[in-house]
Design a protein around this ligand. Structure first.
Ligand SMILES: Nc1ncnc2c1ncn2[C@@H]1O[C@H](COP(=O)(O)OP(=O)(O)OP(=O)(O)O)[C@@H](O)[C@H]1O
Ligand SMILES: [Mg+2]
Length: 1036
């Protein structure tokens, strides 16, 4: 449906304002439109067009019992319809001309109000209260300069002008009154019948135009004798308006559609796009909980793969479609955000809302204000916090009706947990009407979270595919059974003959465990380290029969080719060896392109086994028939129960497997710990505001002061008492009171120059943020680095050299990555000598002269007088890496040259682009840093994509990585418009190894992005054309 048509930016309400604009430019049309019987002809003509819309007449009105969204405008409907509207306008123009020529007045029409025209021929009377009529007529008056208004006042009299203006002010108030009244009087439908027809929740453009024209027809001709009647009418109109608004408000709060209050179209879409035809029982129960229906905050906890996300998505649709509010969806990882943006783009297109990505360097603060559409912001935890801050700052947080948090137990996850806690505490405090919904795996102390979020709890242990957990000890397999004394019940012996060499290579019988399922079924093997993933994948392949090579041979050859293409001819030797067997490793050492290829190949069954680190379990949805935990450790730490649960939870693919199984491989020495792990109660989740020396608390207090949410110690204490820390204070930090913590933090912030006490305040209890403080919280800069960053940027201003990117790149190289990479001085020196003279000068300005690097490379000691700050030297080394990446855009070649892993380079690039956008927001708050704005805007873009410029427009589409962008570009899809208008079937045919499903997602995401950009431009146009409310006028 979606893809069968060209992209058309949906313009139902947008068109309205544009028409308003047009009407200002073409007063003759309006003049005609208010002129009696000829306009009835126009109305009839318009009706003619409206009646042949694909939706037919029916959607204009519908009864309370009907599915009110049944005829919801789709893109398809709109495109043809807008064309017809254009035609209608042309006809209208012709008819208007006729109107001018012919005489006016027809007896059977109601006598219209006096029609006076301004100096430009603008209609100043004959007003109605319809939105559209308002646009068609009143805006023309709005746009007059004040001198003209004065003239109007003389012509119309002050009262009339007032009237005009007051009607102006009600543009959005009573669109439906007009509809009901006039339908009764002009369409030959009696008023009773018209009254029966309940207003449609969202009126189509056709209706709007139709009603506007009918309104015009009904209010034309004749003169001031009707003045009193008109005023009376206005009072009645106002009353009806209020009544209609009340009905509307009640209607939108309650169940409007057959699918949990939503139109059946949503159910159809879930079936078509997700392949889900029926909800699980628990999902139905949850969606009809009283707390959900009353919009109270809710936490729902279910085991992994229970289908939690779908419930949240349905609630989001409801918030956006029924309550016309925005929604925020917080997910813990960039990859998850991107997956969700891709997955929900089609829903947004069909259900007429925008899906906006807030991850990495993407996302605008504050978000663009969309007057005609609602947005779903899909965001990481960090970006979600900045988003909420920016909405508080612009007093727009109440526009967000719903905040959904996936993996709510992330509250207990170090500094990210602290950021999530701050975000939710602010939402609770600033916008209590915003509903908060948290999803989580089962937690041991959900009561604490309930206390914090003032939420109800729903729990169910449903799992669509049964999970059986096993443990392997020596060559015996035990089933985990909580009823047994040690939780374990003997199940079977491993039946596999091992040669002596194999026994030596694979003492843990991993080969035996995996070959019980692969290649026909899928398997994930979790390993404690990245290196272990690579080694294990290689080792397993050594002992696989040659028959494995023949399984899906052609697809694996294509995958290898794609891996080679994305490495510009280079391929990881491990993957080169393992992929032909259907195996690969998956960890943060892969480039984004490799990662996507491996994930897609695994999902498609081309790869049957992945060796992976625990990050896969928390990342995207990649289930397996069997999950093997190669050891009960992550690096050197014994597994936590939540980590264990998350990993084993990947076993069992809904809709594919009848059951899933997990096997934890144990050594004898680990058995006691493992038994504890298996029988331990669910983990508890604690506040992290005091984590890492109370960094979270400091930045929370800083932003509360900056946002004017709390400005005295007492207000801070009250705010803190409503955080998770406040709820758990007796447990987390019994020795200190919240007031004490707040006072200490305020003192620290003051010492750092981030806040001050107000000088005007007599008892100096009012806290104020300094410019540096504001810049720090706006840029989400770690407070440890804010003054260093300020110093570096100031120094940069004194001698910023712009004949290369190097200097700027140095300024946005993340401080926290410096410790992760020790310079190789030989490489440093070699790279240094390859720099241009001006680039070498940049290095000297930064504080690292060539002589220093040369001495270090030669192993000579550096005199104290020539010593260089090691932090600065290391940071410059990373900047050289980034600079090379920007110049060459070849990750593999640069990794080779600097002897670093490509995964590290990928991480460096990702965090640099994110930090660059932070530095941009930081410098925007400090006037002296104005030159950085334009420079950092462009640098963020370059670091985000790091490809040839021609590929950037394609890579802006969520989920399109470099390799895919190259393929698309060379197949002729060269711009966003190409992607948005593409036919997915053709695209899938033109691009090697691109499935129809993936093509659909690319096209839908591109359509969404294009629409979002077009809408933003339209908002700008509307803003430009809106009359300021505080326009000075003569006599006022
Ligand atoms: N009613 C349903 N019928 C069939 N499949 C469903 C249904 N609801 C959800 N699913 C599918 O089940 C799978 C798991 O769902 P989801 O990712 O929402 O689980 P989850 O509870 O969030 O698990 P986790 O804690 O692992 O994130 C998804 O592929 C989803 O499409
Ligand atoms: Mg989930």
């Amino acid at each position: 449906m979606l893809n069968d048509t060209d992209i058309v930016v949906k313009r139902s309400s947008r068109k309205r304002s544009r028409d308003g604009f047009r009407s200002n430019l073409t007063p003759s049309r309006k003049k005609a439109s208010s002129t009696g019987g000829q306009c009835q002809l126009i109305a009839a003509k318009i009706n003619e067009y409206i009646e042949i819309t694909p939706e037919g007449k029916a959607p204009e009105y519908c009864s309370d019992n009907e599915d009110l969204f049944g005829g919801y405008d789709s893109i398809l409907g709109d495109s043809s319809f807008l064309a017809k509207l254009d035609d209608a306008e042309k006809h209208m123009g012709q008819l208007n001309d006729n109107c001018k020529r012919q005489s006016l007045g027809q007896d059977h029409m109601p006598k219209p109000a006096p029609s006076k025209t301004g100096p430009h021929g603008n209609v100043v009377e004959g007003l109605t209260d319809s939105i559209l009529v308002g646009c068609l007529e009143d805006d023309s008056f709005q746009d007059l300069p004040s001198s003209q208004i004065e003239f109007q006042q003389q012509v119309c009299g002050v009262n009339e002008v007032d009237q005009c203006q007051s009607v102006d002010g009600r543009h959005t108030s009573t669109p439906l009154v007009q509809m009901t009244r006039e339908a009764g009087t002009t369409d030959g439908i009696n008023s009773e019948e018209a009254a029966k027809r309940a207003p449609k929740a969202r009126r189509s453009m056709a209706n709007a135009i139709k009603m506007a024209m009918l309104g015009n027809a009904a209010t034309s001709s004749s003169c001031a004798a009707k003045m009193a009647q008109q005023q009376k009418d206005m009072v009645v109109t106002e009353e009806i308006s209020i009544a209609v608004q009340t009905i509307q408000a009640v209607a939108t709060e309650t169940d409007l559609g057959p699918f949990f209050g939503l139109p059946s179209k949503v159910k159809d879409l879930i079936g078509r796009l997700r392949g889900i035809d029926d909800l699980y029982e628990w999902q139905k129960t949850c969606l009809t909980l009283e707390s959900v229906e009353q919009r109270r905050n809710l936490i729902y906890s279910l085991p992994t793969s229970g289908g939690k996300t779908l419930v949240a998505e349905i609630l989001i649709f409801k918030e956006i479609m029924c309550r016309k509010k925005d929604a925020v969806f917080i997910l813990p990882y960039v990859s998850l955000v991107q997956e969700k943006v891709r997955g929900l783009a089609s829903f947004g297109l069909e259900l007429d809302f925008l899906v906006e990505e807030y991850a990495g360097s993407k996302g605008k603060f504050p978000p663009i204000k969309r007057r005609h559409k609602n947005s779903l912001y899909i965001t990481t935890i960090e970006k979600g916090h900045s988003l909420v801050n920016s909405l508080i700052e612009t007093s727009r947080l109440d526009g967000v009706g719903l905040v959904v948090v996936d993996e709510l137990h992330m509250l207990g996850d170090g500094s990210r947990g602290a950021v999530l806690e701050m975000t939710l505490a602010k939402v609770l405090h600033v916008s209590p009407s915003t509903q908060i919904i948290g999803m989580s795996a089962t937690l041991g102390n959900v009561g604490d979270l309930q206390g914090f979020l003032k939420a109800e709890n729903y729990t169910n242990d449903f799992r669509p595919v049964q999970l059986i957990e096993y443990v392997k000890l020596k060559d015996s397999i035990y089933e985990v059974d909580s009823r047994e004394e040690h939780c374990l019940r003997f199940s079977r012996l491993l039946n596999y003959k091992y040669s002596n060499s194999l026994k030596k290579m694979d003492p843990d019988h991993i080969v035996a465990l995996v070959t019980e399922v692969i290649p026909s079924q899928s398997c994930l093997v979790f390993c404690p380290t990245k290196k272990n993933c690579e080694n294990l994948a290689g080792m397993i392949c050594k002992y696989l029969a040659r028959a494995f090579l023949q399984h899906k041979e052609a697809e694996k050859a294509t995958l290898l080719k794609e891996l080679r293409d994305c490495g510009n001819g280079a391929i990881c030797p491990v993957l080169k060896h393992t992929v032909p067997y259907g195996l690969a490793y998956h960890h943060s050492g892969l480039t984004s392109d490799e990662r996507r290829l491996v994930e897609e190949a695994y999902s498609a069954g081309v790869l049957c086994l992945l060796t992976c680190t625990s990050t896969l379990a928390a990342g995207i949805n990649l289930p397996a028939r069997r999950v093997v935990l190669r050891s009960p450790y992550i690096a050197a730490d014994f597994l936590k129960r939540s980590q264990y649960k998350q990993m084993v939870g990947r076993a069992g693919r809904a809709g594919i497997d009848s059951m899933g199984e997990s096997i934890l491989v144990l050594q004898d020495k680990d058995r006691p710990m493992a038994e504890k792990l298996l029988s331990a109660p669910m983990e508890k989740c604690y506040s992290n505001l005091l984590h890492d020396g109370g960094k979270g608390l400091l930045s929370l207090i800083l932003s509360l002061i900056g946002l004017n949410v709390a400005q005295t110690l007492d207000q801070l204490r009250v705010f803190l008492s409503a955080t998770l820390l406040g709820v758990q204070q007796a447990h987390v930090c019994p020795e200190r009171s919240l007031a004490d913590m707040a006072a200490c933090s305020v003192e620290t912030l003051r010492e750092k120059g981030l806040i001050t006490f107000s000088a005007e305040d007599a008892d100096s209890s009012l806290l104020l943020i300094t410019k540096l403080g504001r810049a720090s919280y706006k840029g989400s800069v770690d407070l440890t680095y804010s003054s260093v960053l300020y110093r570096d940027l100031s120094k940069g201003l004194e001698g910023l050299l712009l004949n290369s990117f190097l200097h700027l790149v140095y300024l946005v190289t993340p401080y926290d990555m410096v410790s992760q990479c020790k310079p190789d001085w030989m490489i440093y020196f070699r790279q240094f000598t390859m720099l241009t003279v001006s680039e070498q000068r940049i290095c000297a300005v930064i504080g690292v002269p060539e002589s220093f690097v040369a001495r270090k490379a030669a192993g000579q000691t550096v005199k104290k007088s020539q010593a260089v700050d090691p932090e600065v030297a290391s940071r410059l080394y990373l900047a050289l890496v980034l600079h090379a990446l920007l110049r060459e855009t070849d990750l593999w070649a640069v990794a080779e040259r600097f002897q670093l892993t490509r995964g590290f380079l990928q991480t460096l690039l990702n965090s640099s682009s994110a930090f660059c956008s932070c530095v941009l927001h930081f410098s925007e708050e400090l006037e002296e840093f104005w030159p950085y704005k334009a420079l950092l805007l462009e640098l963020t873009r370059r670091l985000t994509y790091c490809v040839q410029a021609e590929l950037i427009p394609l890579m802006e589409v969520t989920g399109v990585m470099e390799a895919r962008a190259k393929q698309l570009f060379s197949a002729g899809y060269k711009s966003l418009a190409h992607l948005a208008n593409a036919e997915p079937r053709d695209m899938a045919q033109a691009i090697e190894n691109l499935s129809k499903r993936q093509a659909n997602q690319i096209v839908a995401s591109a359509k969404m992005l294009l629409q979002e950009k077009a809408e933003a431009l339209q908002e700008e146009v509307d803003d430009l054309l809106t009359k300021p409310t505080d326009l000075p006028s003569v006599g006022s």
